[in-house]
Design a protein around this ligand. Structure first.
Ligand code: F6P
Length: 342
């Protein structure tokens, strides 16, 4: 009996279930049994699996989250976990594994591929759109649409109260969500991690708007943005010892109020950007990625990730895919400046 394993790791996001459904449909069509591994790499450490079939994966295309569950662990930094994963992979009789996730999940996949015992194909997931091996990862489009809707809503209240509203969006090291949602939502200022924030310039822009009779403004800031001249202090570190974001919006609002005297509020969109139904685009690319991942497995393209380049599905090595963060498109940022007060 031919067997495919599938797991979803790292942060959840809308579109994961679209991939799972596609892998099960395509896999079964090609004569495979599809084994779902629970909670990302944890499911291979603990041998927590279940067979997925058409019944279990029907009606999930439009559901956010992941029916398999997820976790954030880094087995490549723990030899005992790596050993367990390899042992349980062999025990499961899986012919190849489809690892759906972002940077960390795919780094584990790469480490396992290099070790040689696990045959693995990667599928890129990232609301941050930060994976350099693909133009788009699924989840990003949904996050941008949610953030845009929130910006639209915040616009009306900012205008009524003649306030500045700072909207903090996710994105970690990159400003993709801020840039695209800021553009779509008609933000007056967009701040991204790729460009240090010149707070003086921001305040001048707000004052200029006031002089033009616009006594409200929307500032979209990416959680990873850094303000020139201010210490970059993380407010909390999770049990994974990685930086947790979430204070830059507050800091910007405080400085703006001090420097301009304009009443300023902050709205941190947080995990709302990761919840709920995927957009049609994310459902479609999630489905395409899932089907392609099965094809890659059949073709023996292990250690590769499904990638979308210039609107075509391609393969890219996992090595290349996780090599660096994909910074925002500077041409788009420069274009956005046409609409932004400066
Ligand atoms: O990488 C996705 C992401 O949502 C980031 O944008 C954010 O910084 C982080 O995950 C939040 O992680 P957690 O859900 O563990 O708080």
């Amino acid at each position: 009996m031919k067997k495919i394993g599938i797991l979803t790791g790292g942060a959840d996001c809308p579109g994961l279930n679209s991939v799972i459904r596609a892998v099960v449909r395509k896999g079964m069509q090609e004569g495979y049994v599809v084994t779902g591994i629970k909670n990302g790499w944890v499911g291979l450490v603990d041998y927590d699996t279940r067979i997925l079939d058409l019944r279990l994966t029907s009606g999930i295309l439009d559901k956010g989250g992941t029916i398999l569950g997820t976790s954030r662990i880094k087995p490549q930094e723990d030899p005992r976990q790596m050993e367990k994963i390899i042992e349980n992979y062999k025990r499961s009789g899986i012919d190849f594994l489809i690892a759906v996730g972002g940077e960390e999940t795919l780094k584990t996949a790469l480490a396992l591929h290099k070790e040689g015992s696990v045959k693995v194909v990667g599928v890129p997931k990232s609301i941050d759109n930060a994976l350099s091996g693909t133009d788009y990862a699924f989840g990003f489009d949904t996050a941008v649409n949610i953030a845009t809707e929130c910006i639209d809503r915040l616009h009306t209240t900012a205008e009524s109260h003649h306030r500045i509203i700072v909207v903090e969006v996710m994105g970690r090291y990159t400003g993709w969500i801020a840039l695209e949602a800021g553009l779509a939502g008609g933000a007056d200022v967009i701040l991204v991690p790729e460009i240090p924030v010149d707070i003086k310039k921001v305040c001048e822009a707000l004052k200029a708007r006031h002089r033009r009779g616009k006594n409200f403004s929307i500032i979209v800031v990416s959680e990873g943005a850094k303000i020139e001249g201010y210490a970059d202090e993380p407010i909390a570190v999770s049990n994974m010892e990685r930086r947790r974001y979430g204070n830059v919006g507050e800091l910007i609002a405080k400085i703006i109020e001090e420097k301009t005297g304009y009443e300023t509020r902050v709205s941190v969109l947080g995990h709302i950007q990761r919840g709920g139904a995927p957009t049609a685009y994310d459902r479609v690319i999630g489905t395409q990625f899932g089907v392609k991942a099965v094809e890659f497995g059949e073709e023996g393209k292990f250690g590769q990730m499904v990638s979308l380049r210039d609107n075509a599905l391609q393969s890219v090595s996992l090595e290349k895919a996780v090599e660096q963060h994909k910074s925002i498109d500077m041409k788009l940022y420069e274009m956005a400046e046409v609409f932004i007060v400066n």
